[in-house]
Design a protein around this ligand. Structure first.
Ligand SMILES: Nc1ncnc2c1ncn2[C@@H]1O[C@H](COP(=O)(O)OP(=O)(O)O)[C@@H](O)[C@H]1O
Ligand SMILES: [Mg+2]
Length: 466
């Protein structure tokens, strides 16, 4: 592994998931880090959001690498939502990795390997490289369309110029596709990486500024480059240590990054990479960017995982660890000891603790409003009031789940908006926890019941509202 491979990872795009937290776009803080009542999809929970914002600020200033934060609170009080909000406000350059405590046990690798991979997904490396680029203003893109075959067989010509020279380049199918994807047209100033073929649009040439009206207000105008078309340039790219690991582990290859099917990575590979990165840092070629590792449902980890975390946090490249749990005093998995949040003392001791509180009726109502918008569901006023009361009486998450179901019920009867009857219908159809528990108690004899109650004892320690 003399040459570390990097180029493949440049094109990785991060996929945004839609789901329970898709309405969260940030923490909703103002410039002095005070939480706005309703902002960026976030409602209420002001002190916790502010605390999360302060931590983000410290991360951005590079002050708290290797520290850990615990978000503790009852189920459905927005712990995961706040972590998502933190992720959204970090910016693309700071890596954010997220796992759930239980996930670690279901992967086809040891739990510590799974944790190690999660850690390395949360550590970024900014690498400065000299690259050969072709940089110029596009004079013309000319694509020949063969009558017979598909895009791969296309050929064409690209004419680029600087203030001093003009050259025509032959184009293959891959380049034509890349030009199309970037919507490159004459008058654009572009840079092409000679090794990877990656095209970057730098802006529109000033000579085209009279087209301003046609281009819209967001167009960036730049000078037509001078000198040679080909030049050496310093480029910066950001990858995570995990990406470097996977690309360089011979058995996997970079495609594993997309399938997530990375398997275990050999310790020697990591050692070599760490040595190389350390060298680059010394030469000023690379910088470490500690990101955030979020472990949800952290009480699902066992004592071995906790001791791994403790040690990993000591590493000078450690990311910020954010963990969340809804447990109170509970047993630490893998031991017979009880501890606050099911976390051993030595880790607890490192944690800054943020606590989340149950929502008021008004806040529940606002969150439901936002979710209706997010799911494109129109709901009558009285139906919203009813749903809010359902949320108060059961749980916020249950009420949120009913939105989609009620919308389907409304569609089925060809209603225009969701009415009280739809909420009523789905409320009867889907039990919330309380009713389900009651039902189970009534019909206990007809179910298979566990004899031991140890697990239940843990659950009874979840922080439930008094
Ligand atoms: N303050 C908030 N503002 C907006 N949406 C919220 C807020 N708190 C929770 N939610 C939403 O309510 C649902 C339940 O919250 P979640 O974060 O999953 O709770 P927890 O992780 O504490 O159990 C999620 O869909 C979440 O996005
Ligand atoms: Mg959660």
């Amino acid at each position: 592994m003399a040459e570390l491979k990097l180029s493949e990872s440049r094109d990785l795009t991060r996929i945004e998931r839609i789901g329970a937290h898709s309405h969260i776009r940030g923490l909703g803080l103002d410039s002095s880090l005070e939480a706005r009542d309703v902002s960026e999809g976030m409602v209420g929970q002001l002190p916790a959001r502010k605390a999360a914002g302060v931590i983000l600020q410290m991360i951005k200033e590079g002050k708290i690498a290797g520290r850990a934060v615990l978000i503790a609170g009852q189920p459905g009080t927005g712990k995961t939502a706040i972590a998502m909000g933190m992720a959204k406000s970090l910016g693309l350059e700071t890596p954010f990795a997220m796992i759930s405590g239980s996930e670690i046990f279901s992967l086809e690798m040891s739990k510590t390997e799974a944790l190690m991979q999660a850690f390395r997904k949360a550590i970024g490396v900014r690498i400065k490289e000299e690259a050969e680029v072709i940089e110029g203003e596009v004079v013309e893109v000319q694509i020949d369309r063969p009558a017979t075959s598909g895009a791969a067989a296309k050929t064409g010509k690209l004419t680029l110029k600087t203030t001093e020279m003009e050259t025509v380049y032959d184009l293959g199918g891959k380049m034509i596709e890349a030009l199309g994807k970037e919507k490159v047209q004459s008058g654009d100033v572009i840079a092409i990486d000679k090794v990877s073929g990656k095209i970057t649009k730098l802006g529109r040439s000033f000579s085209r500024s009279r087209d301003y009206d046609a281009m819209g207000p967001h167009t960036k105008f730049v000078q037509c480059p001078d000198g040679e078309l080909q030049k050496r340039k310093e480029v910066v790219h950001c990858v995570t240590l995990h990406e470097i690991d996977v690309i360089n582990s011979r058995t996997q290859g970079f495609l594993a990054l997309f399938t997530g099917d990375t398997g275990e990575i050999r310790a020697e590979v990591r050692e070599q990479i760490d040595t190389k990165v350390a060298e680059w840092r010394e030469e000023g070629k690379a910088e470490i960017v500690p990101g955030v590792l979020f472990i949800d449902e952290v009480h699902m980890l066992d004592v071995e995982c906790f001791s791994f975390l403790n040690r990993a946090l000591e590493n000078e490249m450690a990311p910020i660890l954010v963990v969340a749990t809804n447990r109170g005093i509970t047993r630490i998995r893998g031991t017979n000891y009880k501890s606050a949040h099911g976390i051993p003392m030595d880790l607890l001791d490192r944690l800054l603790i943020i606590s989340t509180k149950p929502y008021t009726r008004d806040e529940i109502r606002k969150i439901l409003d936002i979710r209706c918008q997010e799911e494109d569901v129109e709901m009558a006023e009285d139906a919203k009031q009813l749903l809010t009361r359902v949320g108060e009486g059961t749980s916020l998450r249950y009420a949120i789940h009913l939105i989609t179901a009620a919308a389907l019920a409304s569609q089925k009867r060809k209603g225009k908006v969701v009415e009280v009857q739809d909420i009523d219908r789905v409320y009867r159809l889907f039990l919330d926890v309380q009713r389900s528990t009651q039902y189970l108690m009534e019909y206990q004899s007809q179910y298979i019941n566990e004899v031991t109650i140890e697990a239940d004892e843990d659950d009874a320690n979840a922080m439930v509202p008094e």
